[in-house]
Design a protein around this ligand. Sequence first.
Ligand SMILES: Nc1ncnc2c1ncn2[C@@H]1O[C@H](COP(=O)(O)OP(=O)(O)OP(=O)(O)O)[C@@H](O)[C@H]1O
Length: 271
Amino acid sequence: MQSEQSPTTTATEQKSIFRVENTDYYYGSFKAVRGVNLEIPVNKITAFIGPSGCGKSTVLRCFNRLNDLIAGAHIDGRITFHGQDIYSKAVDPTELRRRVGMVFQKPNPFPKSIYDNIAFGARINGYQGDMDELVERSLRGAALWDEVKDKLKESGLSISGGQQQRLCIARAIAIAPEVILMDEPCSALDPISTLKIEELMHQLKENYTIIIVTHNMQQATRVSDRTAFYNAEATDSGSKVGYLVEYDVTENIFKNPQNEATRDYVSGRFG
Ligand SMILES: Nc1ncnc2c1ncn2[C@@H]1O[C@H](COP(=O)(O)OP(=O)(O)OP(=O)(O)O)[C@@H](O)[C@H]1O
């Protein structure tokens, strides 16, 4: 059987896990982002870059329908996950969010023990297996086990910011997602913690598809396989609307961009 491919997907690329087709993103009547078409390859890291307010987080939050929780937010167009429209009535957003996890800008562990940070979500999701084993496996998967194995009963808030962010990643992977969305996951971290998360991302992509929003262009070049550059332009009404300018393998976006705005942005001329 032939795999599903868009005209922009080359035969050598892996299958897409998400397809975004002709999507416009609104907050009430305000159109925040227009006309996005893109495919997210499975088991790769895709970076979203662009100046502030161009809609990177808005698009990101739609992959697990987190924008549903914002009153008035809606999209026109279609986003499919494994070929199924995620906005169709048949899709349960809670189940979608289990399969498409998220890590936020600021580490946000639960005010519970390190152990329970992992066990809590797993229990809610009906995990029936050996919880000790799951906690260890998740913490190992987030490259945190060695640092916390002797203090699993201590609060998740008692460890460093970088460790807290890895705990949030451990919590996300404990419920066995396929995708991890990361919204500027290192912006609150020091450079060493940032590098640890980046190393971890390289390991994680063996098992997960990752989409990361980042303001740090070096980070995009270090971690991502593909990069989407978004920009915003003024509309007749005076507001700004975001749009996807260029999407390609990361090396092309940074070394050989096709669009002038991309070239200016990646060379630090604006943004
Ligand atoms: N909850 C919301 N309600 C109304 N408008 C919003 C909301 N969230 C974002 N917006 C608007 O949508 C547009 C895109 O915002 P978004 O946060 O997605 O951009 P971004 O590229 O992620 O920005 P940044 O890099 O600063 O995080 C902006 O005009 C923003 O003001």
